[in-house]
Design a protein around this ligand. Structure first.
Ligand code: NDP
Length: 287
């Protein structure tokens, strides 16, 4: 069994990005820029944004965070996005999700759809979500992009493999299914209404789970020699960070497995900045 070390791989990717950005800046190009919009004070969201800010700055990227209280109107958010769409110095725009619920419900889809697809660094507009099913090189959502990169870094064969993606959210399961299908896997998307989930999962050469249920996936769900990718980030009863897969139960049955933490999580941030650099290189070439 091999542990897919997302932390180590992501550090290598980030270092390569840093070197590439330094070269581009030394050639006289402008600084790449990512604008992040955050609404409210969700603890995890604020933590993710400050991590992106810190890591991005280390790479030589200008990170501009637009913070709003949760009483901000949708109109204000959309107007800001339109302004950023029109600003040629802005490469990527992202809205930190989830938007606050509470008394005011934001229409997340409408807000995201305001982002111009050419700046959709997080790959969450409907156009980007569709593109990953059609074009291999299109900019896709960060977490699934990071998962594909992790598989590639370990030379894990996708072509012709039976891939089962459990979870069908727009940020993870759906785009990942598209990316795997585009790379010639035979893909099944399972969800909370799926019957015989254990049987479906048992058929998987590549089993990817993003359901938000601590240690739900045990050996009953896993085929011997499978590749198991755990997207889940949960707290167990003792407050420890655990995935959707029962790592200790499953680890000896599979050939590859991601740990939580240190698997998919760090790859997500590496993928976000890889996406940003792709967009930036498109932009500076036209200068
Ligand atoms: P959502 O709640 O949006 O989606 C969960 C999905 O899992 C839904 O499609 C749901 O089915 C399905 N599901 C729930 N319970 C079951 C079950 N018992 N059996 C089968 N399918 C089930 O969650 P997210 O996609 O946002 O997140 C999923 C997990 O991934 C969370 O733990 C989250 O913290 C983590 N995550 C990690 C990231 C990272 O960078 N590592 C990034 C994003 C998320 P249905 O559609 O029928 O409701």
């Amino acid at each position: 069994m091999t542990i897919l070390d997302g932390k180590a791989v992501s550090e290598e990717i980030l270092e390569d990005l840093r070197i590439e950005i330094t070269d581009l800046l030394n050639q006289g190009n402008r600084v790449p820029r990512l604008d992040i919009i955050i609404v409210g004070h969700d603890y995890a969201s604020e933590k993710y944004v400050s991590m992106k800010e810190k890591k991005g700055k280390k790479l030589g990227i200008k990170i501009v965070v637009h913070k709003f209280e949760d009483d901000v109107t949708e109109e204000v958010l959309k107007q800001l996005i339109v302004k950023l769409n029109d600003d040629s110095l802005v490469d990527g725009i992202m809205v930190q999700l989830p938007l606050p619920k509470g008394s005011k419900t934001f229409n997340t889809k409408e807000i995201l759809e305001t982002i111009d697809i050419s700046k959709d660094v997080d790959g969450l507009t409907y156009s980007s979500l569709g593109s990953v099913w059609v074009e291999r090189e299109s900019i896709g959502a960060a977490t699934p992009t990071g998962i594909i990169r992790l598989l590639e870094e370990y030379d894990i064969d996708i072509v012709g493999k039976n891939a089962v993606v459990v979870g069908r959210s727009k940020i993870v399961g759906l785009p990942l299914a598209g990316m795997l299908a585009r790379r010639d896997a035979t893909v099944t998307v399972a969800h909370s209404k799926s019957e015989n989930l254990t049987d479906i999962c048992k058929e998987a050469d590549i089993l990817v789970v993003g359901i938000g249920k601590p240690e739900y996936i045990t050996t009953d769900f896993v085929k011997e020699g499978a590749v198991v990718i755990d997207i889940g980030i949960n707290r167990d009863y003792d407050g420890n960070l655990v995935g959707d897969v029962d790592f200790d139960d499953v680890k000896n049955l599979c050939e590859y497995i991601t740990p939580v933490p240190g698997g998919v999580g760090p790859m997500t941030i590496a993928a976000l900045f890889t996406n940003l650099l792709k967009i930036y290189k498109r932009n500076v070439r036209t200068y």
